[in-house]
Ligand binder design. Structure first.
Ligand code: HEC
Length: 383
């Protein structure tokens, strides 16, 4: 969805990202948390309202559905314009993702208003990516109970759609169970084997980023291997992931408790070797883990100088992972690193990494579109 060529898109994000930055307002922590909850429940409610229409072109284009869809779209666009609740504004990762989502809703509403219904429907179906972009970066909040609404558990057989819905809405335990059931019930449940890459991308995010428990991961993945009907390629990957969770379990001092400066050194020493283009399966767990840890530091260490290097590393890791697993914010992280922390050595590192990435993306400087090149030029002022 966020393809490599979405030029205007990237530019717009840069603009939204920087203007939103200036608008953070002071607010009490409790007030901010309530504002965040209200916003999230609006998202949930509107997505819920739209859900029945998203399943087919026919349902979506039914003239009777139009006023309803229009209203939800207007609400979603409206709620993502301007500055976000403070929890989001204070964190570069959240802020960027929020800016992308804001742009996404704006474009979707435009498409719908112009009568490009199928485009609008497909866009809306991709909304979960943005929700997940924030939700799956965070470790699960301990001790917080979640109210289960309506039919979340679902009745009838589990499908990939129900599992995805639970995942997007942050019903992580239910989602994990749903993905487990799907993997373990294959092929009797008629799930297509094409779904395995997505299914395992979710499971790894849950196990390595959200749950962060090697014990649970080992038990969980071994459970999948009991299904002797899993495709051979899947078995091969699952075994590689098991190995990396085993290595994680053996770590003497958990990375979670390291000071940020020490964590950054550790990550630096364990970065993908240069020249390795695609991470091997066993590395994926490690990078998912690093990126989760770094993201969490951005959340905790609001305003800290170390955030610049955190952004730099986060971008590197996301870039590596994006080839296999994620849509990626890595270019945004590098830009943020330059704009928010001008004139240091790391600024230069971020700028160089960004400029090189752009050149690689367009196969050489000569092919970089003028708008993008002007972004690169504009960033030079911060060096
Ligand atoms: C910019 C980051 C971000 C984006 C984008 C985002 N969320 Fe959230 N979401 C959060 C945070 C932070 C929480 C709070 C987690 C907590 O309190 O532990 C949350 C919590 C939630 C909750 C749980 C609320 C509760 O009562 O605990 C729901 C439901 C939710 N989000 C729905 C959505 C949906 C649907 C979307 C996409 C349309 C979405 N969110 C997009 C950051 C985000």
């Amino acid at each position: 969805m966020i393809g490599r060529g979405s030029v205007g898109f990237l530019l717009a994000i840069l603009m939204i990202g920087t203007s939103a930055m200036a608008e953070a307002t002071a607010e009490s922590p409790a007030g901010a948390e309530i504002k965040l909850k209200i916003l999230m429940h609006t998202f949930r409610a509107e997505m819920e309202r739209l859900r029945p229409f998203l399943v087919s072109e026919e349902k979506f284009q039914n003239p009777k559905a139009r006023p309803l869809i229009e209203k939800s779209l207007a609400a979603l666009q409206d709620r993502t314009q301007g500055s976000a609740p403070q929890t989001i504004e204070a964190n570069p990762g959240f802020r960027l993702n929020f800016a992308m989502m804001s742009y996404h809703f704006k474009k979707t509403k435009q498409a719908f208003d112009l009568g490009a219904y199928e485009l609008a429907r497909q866009n809306l179906n991709a909304t979960g990516t943005f929700c997940i972009g924030c939700h799956s970066q965070m470790p699960e909040a301990k001790g917080k109970t979640r109210v289960i609404w309506g039919d979340e558990g679902g009745t009838g057989p589990v499908t990939m759609d129900t599992a995805e819905y639970l995942f997007v809405m942050r019903y992580f335990d239910l989602a994990l169970k749903a993905y487990d059931d799907l993997a373990r019930g294959f092929p009797k449940n008629k799930m297509s084997s094409d779904q395995f890459p997505l299914l395992y991308r979710r499971k790894l995010a849950l196990l390595a980023r959200v749950k962060r428990s090697p014990d649970l991961a080992l038990q969980n993945l071994r459970g999948d291997l009991e299904n002797k009907k899993l495709p051979a390629a899947v078995v091969h990957e699952v075994k590689a992931w098991i190995e990396s969770f085993e290595a994680w379990k053996k770590e003497s001092s958990p990375l979670e408790s390291l000071e940020t400066s020490k964590l950054l050194v550790y990550v630096k020493d364990n970065m993908p070797k240069s020249g390795v283009q695609t991470p091997v399966d066993s590395d994926v767990v490690r990078y998912l883990r690093f990126s989760g840890l770094l993201y969490e530091r951005l959340l905790k260490d609001t305003g800290a100088l170390s955030n610049q290097e955190t952004l730099y590393r986060l971008a590197q890791i996301e870039k590596t992972l994006s080839q296999k697993y994620w849509y990626s914010l890595h270019q945004s992280y590098w830009r943020e690193c330059v704009i928010s922390f001008p004139k240091s050595d790391v600024t230069k590192l971020c700028f160089d990494a960004y400029a090189k990435d752009i050149e690689d993306q367009f196969a050489g400087r000569a092919h970089v579109p003028a708008e993008i090149q002007s972004t690169v030029e504009a960033l030079k002022r911060y060096l």
